[in-house]
Ligand binder design. Structure first.
Ligand SMILES: Nc1ncnc2c1ncn2[C@@H]1O[C@H](COP(=O)(O)OP(=O)(O)O)[C@@H](O)[C@H]1O
Ligand SMILES: [Mg+2]
Length: 379
């Protein structure tokens, strides 16, 4: 083996914050990261070894980007999968495999995958358009989800009754029963080229009351051990049945009865794994690299309890980003800041995150409020 991948060119499709943190892991392994992204000045633009501007959904852009590389991976699943299939046929290693990306790109196909593999998930019906939804009022209240293209809550609407039908997506998607959950959790699983599997400990996501976005995240989870064990086994089963290489974030609901249901999956680094950079033996980003390159998977053990808070653009501000209160934030003991380098802030845009480390989980939860009061992203 050469001294750690000196000439190894890894393509990353998507140049957002997940790509940016993956670049940091690439630099430790001396891998040369090349990024494809549609924007001029996204989070990876100043850090990638090579930065190519191009549409992720355009066959030619993805194909010609990938053709010159040793391996391709993604940091977003909304990419031109036909180009990835073509590259795979021509011998470029693509991880996660295009077959897996194709399943995950469409929530309808994802749901069928759970059914076929006996992975517990919320009941659902497929719908083609809004008038189809009107015929399904018996299924209300329900979550209406777009099949393709939604993220960060943008492709999800809650329909309480027939009065909400005008709010429904007039597009291919699904209606899902409302789960009255006690908590939302996430487990990140990794599977390497040899088929070895490792899972990170369960984290608990606390959602923003109105935005369908993670407000903050807590590690470790304080759920009963049996529930955490079930969740980890479910994540393992899911990555195994997908027969995929790379990391897979498995978002789950824990119902009031302690049942664990898979909500959705993402075959890439995930918001619910940011804390692993500071609070686990191996970060999710390094684990992803280890998995796809074919190295032994790293220990996932927690080194410190942590909370992770997303830094979102303040309401009412759009324009060049200004960070108010950085010094106050950094004075909070145990705080670690990650700024994504996005030049423009918009309301609720993910501009960065803060991971706070400590020994006492209750104290950390209190510090979440301090973090939020300390720092504001404005324009
Ligand atoms: N069936 C459901 N029951 C209850 N809450 C749900 C349901 N589906 C989604 N949600 C809520 O909406 C959020 C976003 O939905 P999700 O399917 O994860 O879409 P996204 O791709 O936007 O993350 C979930 O994290 C959860 O808080
Ligand atoms: Mg989600």
């Amino acid at each position: 083996m050469k001294a750690f991948y000196q000439d190894f060119k890894l393509g990353i499709i998507g140049g957002g914050q997940l790509g940016r943190m993956l670049l940091q892991a690439c630099s430790n392994f001396n891998v040369t990261p090349c990024v494809l992204d549609p924007s001029e000045d996204g989070p990876c633009s100043v850090l990638a070894s090579e930065y190519t501007k191009g549409s992720l959904l355009d066959f030619e852009a993805v194909y010609s980007f990938g053709k010159q590389l040793d391996m391709l991976t993604i940091e977003i699943e909304n990419v031109n999968v036909e180009a990835l299939f073509q590259l795979e046929r021509e011998g470029v290693a693509v991880y996660p495999q295009p077959r897996v990306i194709q399943i995950i790109q469409d929530k309808r196909v994802q749901k069928q995958f759970y059914i076929d593999n006996e992975i517990p998930t919320a009941d659902f019906v497929l719908v083609e358009n809004r008038s189809d939804i009107e015929a399904q009022v018996g299924f209300f209240p329900a979550y209406n989800k777009l099949g393709k293209g939604g993220y960060d809550g943008g492709g999800v609407r809650k329909l309480e009754s027939k009065h909400d039908i005008p709010k429904a997506f007039d597009d291919r998607g699904l209606l899902e029963e409302v789960i009255n959950f006690q908590s939302e959790i996430s487990v990140i699983a990794a599977r390497n080229v040899k088929g070895e599997i490792s899972v990170f400990p369960v984290v608990e996501c606390v959602f923003h009351p109105t935005l369908n976005l993670v407000d903050y995240l807590v590690s470790p989870s304080s759920l009963p051990t049996e529930i955490q064990q079930t969740a980890k086994e479910l994540a393992e089963k899911t990555i195994e049945r997908l027969d995929m290489v790379g990391i897979l974030a498995v978002e789950m609901f824990v119902t009031r009865d302690g049942e664990v249901l898979v909500n959705e999956i993402a075959p890439r680094p995930h918001n619910s794994g940011h804390h692993t950079i500071n609070a686990n033996d191996t970060s999710q980003y390094e684990q992803h690299l280890r998995a796809i390159i074919g190295l032994p998977l790293g220990s996932t053990a927690i080194t410190k309890p942590s909370v992770m808070v997303n830094l979102l653009g303040e309401e009412g501000y759009t324009g060049p980003a200004v960070y108010e209160g950085l010094e106050k934030l950094l004075a909070i003991q145990g705080s670690n800041i990650f700024l994504y380098g996005k030049p423009i802030t918009k309301p609720h845009r993910k501009m960065g995150h803060v991971t706070v480390l400590g020994d006492d989980l209750d104290d950390l939860k209190r510090k979440v409020q301090l973090v939020k009061e300390a720092i504001k992203v404005k324009a």
